[in-house]
Write a protein that binds this ligand. Structure first.
Ligand SMILES: NC(=O)c1ccc[n+]([C@@H]2O[C@H](COP(=O)([O-])OP(=O)(O)OC[C@H]3O[C@@H](n4cnc5c(N)ncnc54)[C@H](O)[C@@H]3O)[C@@H](O)[C@H]2O)c1
Ligand SMILES: CC(C)[C@H](C(=O)O)[C@@H](O)C(=O)O
Ligand SMILES: [Mg+2]
Length: 366
């Protein structure tokens, strides 16, 4: 019997709620195929601070190292916001785990099912067929990790904070390759987003991307946009894009924008892949919703589990090679929303259901 060995890190806020629902869906999707799930829970983020005194315990890293993939919820929330910034869950758990496994390529699909067009804030006539684009975000470089990163008191008593945006050619080339491979499997169109009219890192980004595509992927259609223009083009006409690829912080911001034009953060999944393969000979990856712990709705049982389920589907696809089951999961979600089963974030006129009812509806349609 094929066994899928993965780490389950639910984290904080809605993380455990949508994770429980997702594991039930995953079990229902794999069991009939004779596939067993071998997953191990571990604490990460605020819950790990509470239970172990640190946001990313060594024991959690060990669970991840012994697995073929990580299914991650989300971390952070009001309870830990008053800790020193470097000890907070986002900076002390999420960024280090991405770095620890060298997960430099973050893939975020912006998928709005035709059946869900009414949940988008965009005019329905501007997206009659829904939206199908993807953001490839560089995840282990840029201003998130560059040094120095500090706050200092100056001689005159003023206080100054510094973040540093750094990119090397090698880092830009490897994410360009991911964008190119993604585009080849789709329409062949790639738009690289930067701020080359202002930032040195973006000047290097654009030059490197142009040269890399010219040399390695001359068949692909490459375009460039400044990030401010890209932000408004996404709202004006999202389907003019196919693959958007960009550096870490621009990707963070643009992907939230993509999520909301696709209905909700509760619908946006992500895969973070690196340089290592797992014991299956497939990419080791971390799979998590693009959104966060949603403190405004946490604990109420009303969070949308679809982003977490779709993240699990990405795990099946990339880290376990189970494309057919991944497709079935996506189709079951599509059918459920088509049938009007929707959590509050995507309900718009329909009467909203809770997290477990949404998960059960997906299971019924597998
Ligand atoms: N990957 C992660 O772990 C991650 C990602 C983003 C934010 N965060 C953290 O989460 C906390 C809250 O951040 P925030 O409020 O800025 O962003 P958020 O993504 O948690 O929430 C933004 C809005 O989207 C809604 N939302 C998000 N996911 C949803 C879902 N599955 N179903 C229904 N609605 C959903 C929320 O209710 C909220 O209104 C912060 O501590 C932040 O740092 C963590
Ligand atoms: C929580 C935060 C560190 C994280 C990021 O900025 O990468 C989140 O917003 C995301 O998009 O995954
Ligand atoms: Mg974000």
């Amino acid at each position: 019997m094929k066994t899928l060995k993965f780490a389950v890190l639910p984290g904080d806020g809605i993380g455990p709620e949508v994770m429980d629902a997702t594991l039930a869906v995953l079990e229902a999707a794999t069991k009939p195929e004779g596939i067993a799930l071998d997953f191990t829970h571990a604490d990460v983020g605020g819950i790990a601070i509470d239970n172990h005194g640190t946001a990313l315990p060594e024991s959690t890293l060990e669970v991840c190292r012994n697995a073929d993939a990580i299914l991650f919820g989300s971390v952070g929330g009001p309870k830990w916001e008053n800790l020193p910034p470097k000890e907070q869950p986002e900076r002390a758990a999420l960024l280090p785990i991405r770095k620890a496994f060298n997960l430099f390529a973050n893939i975020r699909p912006g998928l709005l099912f035709k059946e869900l067009v009414d949940a988008s804030p965009l005019r329905p006539d501007s997206i009659p067929e829904g939206i199908d684009i993807v953001c490839i975000r560089e995840l282990t470089g840029g201003i998130y990790f560059g040094q120095p990163k500090q706050t200092v008191t100056l001689e005159d008593g003023d206080v100054q904070a510094v973040d540093t945006m750094v990119y090397k050619v090698s880092e830009i080339e490897r994410i360009a390759e991911v964008a190119a491979v993604t585009a080849k499997a789709r329409s062949g169109r790639v738009c690289s987003v930067d701020k080359a009219n202002v930032l040195e890192t973006s000047v290097l980004w654009r030059k490197t991307v142009v040269e890399y595509f010219k040399k390695n992927h001359p068949d692909l259609e490459l375009s460039h946009l400044y990030v401010d223009n890209a932000a408004q083009q996404l709202v004006r006409d999202p389907n003019q894009f196919d693959v958007i690829f960009t550096e870490n912080m621009f990707g963070d911001i643009l992907s939230d924008e993509m999520a909301i034009i696709c209905g909700s953060l509760g619908m946006m999944s992500s895969a973070s892949l690196g340089t290592d393969n797992n014991s299956q000979g497939l990419p080791y990856g971390l799979y998590e919703p693009a959104g966060g712990t949603a403190p405004d709705i946490a604990g109420k049982g009303i969070a949308n589990p679809c982003a977490q389920v779709l993240s699990a589907a990405m795990m099946l696809r990339y880290s376990f090679g189970l494309d057919a089951i991944a497709d079935r999961l996506s189709a079951a979600i599509r059918k459920a929303v088509e049938d009007g089963v929707r959590t509050g974030d995507i309900a718009f006129g329909k009467s909203p259901v809770g997290t477990t009812v949404m998960a059960d509806a997906i299971i019924e349609r597998l």
